[in-house]
Design a protein around this ligand. Structure first.
Ligand code: ZN
Length: 143
């Protein structure tokens, strides 16, 4: 049974993550595609990735490049090639949302929210429990 939350916690699509082999090359490509430059590049050491962000209206595009072979992105590209990797939703209370999704039977990939790129607390929902879509929840860090 679906339990609808009283106050909507899951907000807009915050960004779409795209796995790329070469961040610098892809930055140039997406600059042409979107007609604007990326606004930041950030390395996330804990995830072994380098990311860049483009603003696209209310949402963003995040390009993600592996920085070594241990990265989930390296494994992803090896298996599927480059392309759409995850969809990230902005949430107002990530812990509450993780709890709700667990109750609904989704498999959450990390027990605790972790620090992601672009000043966010993040967690991931396993694609096997979400029609093959890797879902990221992200909450803006305000402090
Ligand atoms: Zn992301």
């Amino acid at each position: 049974m679906i339990t609808f939350v009283q106050k909507l916690n899951m907000q807009k699509i915050e960004h779409i993550g795209i796995a790329v082999k070469d961040l610098d090359e892809s930055n140039q490509l997406f600059e042409k595609l979107l007609g604007r430059p990326h606004y930041k590049i950030e390395e996330v050491l804990s995830e072994n990735v380098r990311t860049s962000f483009f603003r696209t209206g209310q949402s963003k595009i995040e390009l993600v490049e592996a920085t070594n072979d241990q990265s989930a992105i390296a494994k992803y590209i090896q298996k599927y090639g480059e392309g759409v990797h995850h969809i990230a939703f902005a949430v107002t209370d990530i812990r509450k949302e993780m709890e709700r999704l667990k109750m609904e039977g989704f498999r959450i990939l990390n027990e605790e929210p972790k620090r992601g790129a672009d000043n966010k607390l993040v967690c991931f929902v396993h694609p096997k429990s979400a029609n093959g879509v890797l879902v990221e929840l992200c909450q803006e860090i305000t402090e």
